[in-house]
Design a protein around this ligand. Structure first.
Ligand SMILES: [Zn+2]
Ligand SMILES: [Zn+2]
Length: 142
């Protein structure tokens, strides 16, 4: 049954439209509708959105934390806790974002930031863990 408006899918003229693309306004049938959040999009618009979307703020925060973590390493040698936390955040959030981008849910423009955040995260994590290990060992050594 076509809707009262008689609108048809822009790609499948034989199909009744169930939605319009939130970006370009093309009529879409159920097969053509890609829902992101609450809004329906056509496939080409989804592609454009994904490529032009801003990197997620979570990754920007993880990246910033890890830059700080690297900068703080020399001055936090007594207890490298901030760098450790930053490293953990970078590895976890960076990997999560890379997975999202690979699955097509994340913005492709954020891939470099996610990679750098993860790389710096491993760096911070390794250095702070090594340092913690040395601190612990030095307690037991004469
Ligand atoms: Zn569209
Ligand atoms: Zn269609």
């Amino acid at each position: 049954m076509p809707p009262a408006t008689g609108a048809r899918c822009g790609i499948h003229p034989e199909m009744a439209a169930v939605a319009t693309c939130a970006r370009c306004g093309t009529f879409l049938c159920g097969d053509c509708t890609e829902v992101v959040g609450e809004s329906p999009y056509c496939a080409p618009c989804l592609d454009v959105l994904r490529k032009s979307a801003k990197p997620s703020w979570v990754v920007q925060v993880a990246l910033g934390l890890n830059v700080l973590g690297v900068a703080c390493l020399p001055c936090s040698m007594a207890l490298p806790l901030p760098s450790l936390v930053a490293g953990l955040a970078g590895v976890l959030l960076g990997s999560r974002e890379l997975r999202r981008i690979r699955d097509g849910h994340g913005p492709e423009r954020g891939i470099t930031q996610a990679r750098v955040a993860r790389g710096l995260g491993y760096f911070n994590l390794t250095l702070s863990l090594a340092w913690l290990l040395m601190l612990t060992l030095s307690q037991y050594l004469p």
